[in-house]
Each structure stands twice: as structure tokens, then as C-alpha cells.
Design a protein around this ligand. Structure first.
Ligand code: AMP
Length: 471
């Protein structure tokens, strides 16, 4: 049955009231499919991207259970446990529980590293209905006897793919070993790569499976483009483009991703020097500083947030309309998560990726993951046809090195893609500055033309100086 209204789902009255207050009328696809299943008590393996409404898909059935139960949490006990990869996502999930559960009396706690343990221990002491935690700190507190997971009723692994990427597999297994066998388990992941399926087999019992988007696909409403340019041209391009966009669309929220902390910090500084309002979040900032910056961004106190991937998962700011991949990510999965920060809650958004010669292998990885070419934007004064040609060619290219300052380690790579000439059919226009923005390769339907005013002004030539940066 097609569910077009939350009222068609038998969620308790306090939840319906909170949803109405929040202005949610129609369940998203994942909610429509997952909530009724979860309310029956079964396990779930869900492949859903960020931005699909997956948090409410698991939070609402849990809150429904809480609202129907008279059981109280016991000392140091937890009734519903949600694991997330990052602190930002943990805070965001806990906030969502509070919003949706506004009229349900329940206790919620947050556990993550980088901050003092004491308040977390205090929270846990009385017992909690809902605990949202990052695996590392939770293990620390478990080992010290501050938390008892033996009576967990619901276990949610949120963004499980990311947790595996971040090396949490052992922690997850350890946590799972402390849970009762008789529980409901939900696993959410943006991709369904083999390690996730394996994890699902180990932890879920006869799960229902929901796939909202095929593996690795990017949100449909995101208008994507890749721009080929010299590494040294990126800063000029972004300064010019964001300055112009700020004139055209004041208060537009932009999120820029860099690969290194150093780049994030410096770029935000440069943007401010140009009269734009920017700030950065990265691993060198303390957790509380990051949270404060995010809150200021959410409140619209500045327009451009420059972030490293550390922060990518947790940013839930509704009105981000532009995501810029200033550097392409080392891991292709991160591309999907980065661009998923725009086009939230059914809105549309734009994602542009600046690709230099050194990053061609990374771009190929991304396109292989999303199974389609990203439309090319040549309508800017920094277009480098050689880089585009290299990308479309069959020439093997190395990945940039990963370690500090992009030197040493890593590398190798290249050649791990399926070769095959012009991989997507026609090779696209030969000339730069074509009147069409999105090239002529076969495209994915996201390539509707855009106002040419978004291209960089045809002024200065790209500076070719750029130094390797610290991570
Ligand atoms: P999520 O994928 O859980 O991060 O949710 C993405 C965004 O969609 C969040 O900003 C939610 O507040 C919003 N959202 C979730 N469900 C709905 C809904 N049914 N109607 C409108 N907005 C929603």
C-alpha cells in the first residue's frame, strides 16, 4: 500500500503531534517502507543514502516502542543503542530523537570521544532509553563498567559503511558481543559493498532488505559537474566563483571540501580576506569548537563552510545549495557522502568537483562507483583540455599519495579501473569554453544547462603555484 501520509502509519499520538509540528506530512521512501516493517519487530538491512530521511526511519519506530512501554531503564542500562561513525552524526541523531520524541517522556544520552568522560558516565549511571554512541568511547566506558548493554532491545548501526571505512569493525563486533541475542537489529549503509553484507549476515536475523538507491548512486536531485584545471588554479577559481555567487545569491550556503586540514584552514582564511564569510571545521579543531562552528553555520552566521571529510557525515544543514569538492576525496565513497550534504529533504542542489591532473585517478574511481560520468563543465577560464583528455584516455594514472603533505606512502593505484578507450562513448567536445556547460559525453540526466553566470569570470590566468599541504 502506498503511504502518502504519516497518519496512515499507526505511530503513537505524541509522535504524530511532533511530526505535524515539524511540518512532516509525507513519509520519505525509506520511512514509508522501513517504519511499518520495524514496528512489526523484524531486523532490517537498509541501503539508503544520507538525506533520504533514514534517521526518522529508525528513530520513529524506536520512539513508538518507548511510548508504548512502561519499562524503565535500569542503572547503567540502555534500551535502544544507536552506533554512528562520527561525533557530529551522533549529535545530529540524538537531536533528531529529541525533536521527534518531543512529546514522549524518555531519556537520551550521547557518548563520543574527544571530550571529558565524566558527564557521559553521569548520564549513563541512571540508565537511558536511547544511547547514541561512537564505537571507540563506548568501548572505553564498557571496559570501565559504566554501561551495561545486556538488555538492549534495539541495536542500530547507522552509516555502517563509514564505520567500516574508519576501522571500527572490531569495536562493533565487541559491542555486539555484549548485546542480548533477542533484540531487533537495524543496519543502515549508503552502499552495500561485500563487507557490509558480511556484517549484516553476522549481526542480523532474517532481515528485510530495503534498497532506496542502487549501490553508490548519488542523490538524484544533485546537479553535478566536474571542472578540469591546474592544481594551482583552484584557489583563484573558487575565490572568483564564490565572490560572484555571493553577489548574485546573497546568503547562499556553500560547503567546500578539502583533503587536508591545512587546506581547509587556509582556504577559509583566503575567502574571508576576499570579503566572503567563511569558517572551517577539521580534525585539528576541538569537538566543541567544531560544534560551535557548525551551529553558527546552521544559524546562517556565515555562508561558506570549508571542511575535511572528518566532518562530512554529520553536517545536516538543510539549505546548502552548493557543494564544492575543492580536492577530490581519496576514497570514492566519500564523494557520495560529501555531495549528499546538498539537496537535503527533497530540495535540489549543485555539486562541483575541481579535478587537477594529479586527481584523475580519483575521479575515475568516483565515476566507477557512481556508475556514470560526471558531466564536464568547460565554461570557465581555467579549463585544461589536457586533463580532460587524460581522464578520458586509456592511460593509467597514479593516485596522489595519501600521507602528510601528500607526500610518501599511498600512491601506486592507477590501473585498477576497467580500461577501455573512451569509457563512456563519445569523448566530448574538443574545445574549452564551449557554450554548453556540461560537455558532450553521455550524461546522467543531471546535466541540464545552467546559467553561464556561474562560470568563473574570464579574467586572470590560473596561477600555477601550489604547494603540497599538511593533512
Ligand atoms: P536524514 O537522511 O535522516 O539525515 O534526513 C535528511 C533531512 O530530511 C533532515 O533534515 C530531516 O529533518 C529531513 N526529513 C526527514 N524526514 C522528512 C519528512 N518526512 N519530511 C520532510 N523532511 C524530512
Amino acid at each position: 500500500m502506498k503511504i502518502s501520509n504519516f497518519e496512515q502509519i499507526p505511530l503513537s499520538e505524541p509522535l504524530q503531534k511532533a511530526l505535524a509540528e515539524k511540518g512532516y506530512t509525507t513519509p520519505s521512501l525509506i520511512q514509508e517502507r522501513a517504519i511499518p516493517l520495524l514496528m512489526k519487530g523484524g531486523d532490517l538491512l537498509a541501503c539508503a543514502q544520507t538525506g533520504t530521511g533514514k534517521t526518522a526511519a529508525f528513530a520513529l519506530p524506536i520512539l513508538h516502542k518507548i511510548s508504548q512501554s512502561t519499562r524503565q531503564p535500569y542503572r547503567r542500562g540502555v534500551r535502544h543503542l544507536v552506533l554512528t561513525p562520527t561525533r557530529e552524526l551522533a549529535s545530529q541523531v540524538a537531536d533528531s530523537f529529541k525533536v521527534y520524541g518531543k512529546y514522549v517522556p524518555f531519556t537520551t544520552g550521547l557518548v563520543y570521544g574527544g571530550v571529558s568522560e565524566k558527564p557521559q558516565i553521569k548520564q549513563l549511571f541512571k540508565g537511558l532509553e536511547v544511547l547514541v554512541a561512537c564505537p571507540g568511547r563506548l568501548i572505553d566506558l564498557m571496559d570501565q563498567g559504566h554501561v551495561d548493554l545486556s538488555q538492549v532491545e534495539t541495536f542500530v548501526l547507522d552509516e555502517a559503511d563509514r564505520m567500516l571505512d574508519m576501522g571500527f569493525i572490531r569495536d562493533i563486533r565487541k559491542i555486539e558481543s555484549k548485546l542480548p541475542r533477542n533484540r531487533q537489529t537495524l543496519l543502515f549503509s549508503a552502499t552495500m559493498a561485500a563487507p557490509i553484507t558480511k556484517l549484516g549476515q553476522a549481526m542480523l536475523t532474517r532481515p528485510d532488505e530495503i534498497r532506496i538507491a542502487p549501490q553508490g548512486t548519488t542523490a538524484e536531485k544533485i546537479n553535478q559537474a566536474v571542472l578540469f584545471m591546474a592544481k594551482g588554479a583552484k584557489q583563484k577559481y573558487i575565490l572568483e566563483t564564490l565572490t560572484r555567487r555571493a553577489d548574485e545569491q546573497p546568503r547562499e550556503l556553500t560547503l567546500v571540501f578539502t583533503r587536508t586540514k591545512h587546506n581547509a584552514k587556509n582556504l577559509a582564511k583566503k575567502l574571508n580576506q576576499e570579503g566572503l564569510s567563511a569558517d572551517s571545521i577539521h580534525g585539528n579543531k576541538s569537538q566543541s569548537a567544531r560544534e560551535k562552528t557548525l551551529e553558527r553555520y546552521r544559524q546562517g552566521e556565515f555562508d561558506i563552510l570549508v571542511a575535511t571529510d572528518v566532518a562530512a557525515r554529520g553536517i545536516d544543514v538543510k539549505d546548502i545549495t552548493l557543494v564544492v569538492n575543492y580536492d577530490l576525496p581519496m576514497e570514492s565513497d566519500a564523494y557520495v557522502h560529501r555531495i549528499g550534504r546538498t539537496a537535503r529533504a527533497g530540495k535540489s542542489g549543485q555539486a562541483i568537483s575541481l579535478c587537477s591532473e594529479e586527481e584523475v585517478a580519483l575521479l575515475r574511481d568516483v565515476e566507477r562507483l557512481i556508475k556514470k560520468p560526471i558531466p564536464i563543465d568547460r565554461d570557465h577560464s581555467y579549463h585544461l583540455q589536457e586533463v580532460e583528455n587524460l581522464h578520458l584516455s586509456n592511460v593509467k594514472v597514479k593516485k596522489p599519495a595519501q600521507g602528510k603533505g601528500n607526500r610518501g606512502g599511498g600512491g601506486g593505484g592507477g590501473g585498477n579501473r576497467n580500461g577501455g578507450g573512451n569509457r563512456y562513448g563519445s569523448s566530448g567536445g574538443k574545445n574549452k569554453n564551449g557554450s554548453r556547460r556540461f560537455g558532450s559525453r553521455s550524461n546522467n540526466g543531471n546535466s541540464q544547462s545552467q546559467s553561464s553566470s556561474r562560470g568563473a569570470p574570464k579574467t586572470a590566468q590560473p596561477s600555477r603555484t601550489n604547494r603540497s599541504r599538511n593533512r
